[in-house]
Design a protein around this ligand. Structure first.
Ligand code: DAH
Length: 343
């Protein structure tokens, strides 16, 4: 009995050993395990013949089968470990990263120079306690002109090359109508800026476009004087162009302010000596401003005896062109990525 068992076990061990040596995959290993050690496996078959063995031989028989099972299991584990190691190596070899390859460029969006300039401007005025207000791009003639002291027969109306939608509605030619809209609401005092798109039927060239942007400013309170206007706008110019920037106010005319002025800043390229940038002037004009006209106050329901105010209007593109030393406004609208990426 023992001899027969012994040779059967030997046979199983040899067969298992050989199959294991040839197993090339984890699936094959599993098949061998089922075939040899499984419920219907060859070793289990041997164990079932226990009943035919004399009782005194059973312990030794059991021991033999157990030893064989252990030997096969140990070998199985060894081969599995070996296979797993090989598979991992192959996987790593496939996934190898060539760190010398050039990286992929990630294209992130970035801000348009107009937006950068606008945010800078807003930051300055918000810092001085101003509110940012927006108004409609399609506007009533009433707000764009009438309430700003520009009546129907006023030459300023022709000057602004207006796009008319109908007799009463226009594409706003300036952000100034926001002044009238905010004043009409009657919440005083007012300290606001209003940035936005404006439209004029101009031909496109290096300094003109049918659509551009302005930033309107308005302060209304008791005891506001031209000194407040000057102080505020000087501070603004210094923040925007540098602490050593000088300002100059030249008398001008706007229908909705009295007195009116244009503000120049000393050329930040040549510091006033005169250069190509400032066309030899040493000064660069950057905005229009003035004290709110009493007529405008009256038309917007504010008593000019009690309240005073100042207003200003800045061209956003002009500021962007100056700040970034761009000499052609068209560059701001063409959206050429190569140009925009330089900001
Ligand atoms: N709206 C004027 C324009 O488009 C600019 C301007 C000048 C606005 C003087 C103002 C101001 O508020 O006070 O030319």
């Amino acid at each position: 009995m023992t001899n027969e068992i012994n040779s059967r076990l030997q046979d199983i061990l040899e067969d298992a050993g050989q199959s294991l040596n040839n197993a090339g995959s984890l699936e094959a290993l599993n098949e061998i395990r089922v075939r040899v050690l499984g419920k219907k496996g060859r070793l289990t078959e041997v164990l079932k013949s226990m009943k035919d063995v004399a009782p005194e031989e059973r312990p030794a028989f059991g021991q033999l089968v157990n030893d064989a099972r252990k030997a096969i299991e140990t070998r199985l584990d060894e081969i599995r470990a070996e296979l797993e190691r090989k598979l991992l190596e192959e996987k790593l070899a496939q996934e190898v990263i060539d760190v010398t390859l050039p990286g992929k460029k990630i294209n992130t969006g970035h801000k348009h120079p107009n937006t950068i300039a606008l945010e800078e401007l807003e930051r300055i005025f918000i810092g001085m306690g101003y509110e940012v207000v927006s108004g409609p791009e399609i506007e009533y003639d009433l707000y764009n002109f009438e309430k700003l002291n520009i009546p129907a027969d006023h030459p300023a109306k022709d000057e602004q090359d207006t796009f008319y939608i109908n007799k009463e509605i226009v594409l706003r030619t300036q952000t100034s109508p926001c002044q009238a809209r905010v004043m009409e609401k009657g919440k005083l005092p007012i300290r606001m800026i209003s940035p936005g798109r404006v439209f004029r039927s101009d031909e496109v060239d290096a300094t003109h476009s049918p659509s551009f942007h302005q930033i309107e400013g308005l302060v209304v309170d008791k005891h506001i004087t031209f000194a407040d206007l000057k102080g505020t706008l000087e501070e603004f110019a210094k923040e925007l162009f540098g602490e050593d920037t000088k300002t100059k106010f030249r008398p001008h005319h706007f229908p909705f302010t009295e007195p009116s002025a244009e503000m120049d800043v000393s050329c930040f390229k040549c510091h006033g000596k005169g250069c190509r940038f400032c066309k030899g002037e040493g000064w660069i004009e950057i905005l229009g401003c003035g004290m709110v006209h009493p007529h405008v106050f009256e038309m917007c329901g504010i008593d000019p005896e009690e309240y005073q105010g100042f207003a200003f209007g800045v061209g956003l593109e002009r500021i962007a062109l100056l700040k970034y030393e761009i000499d052609d406004m068209r560059l701001l609208y063409e959206n050429d990525i190569r140009f925009l990426e330089t900001f």
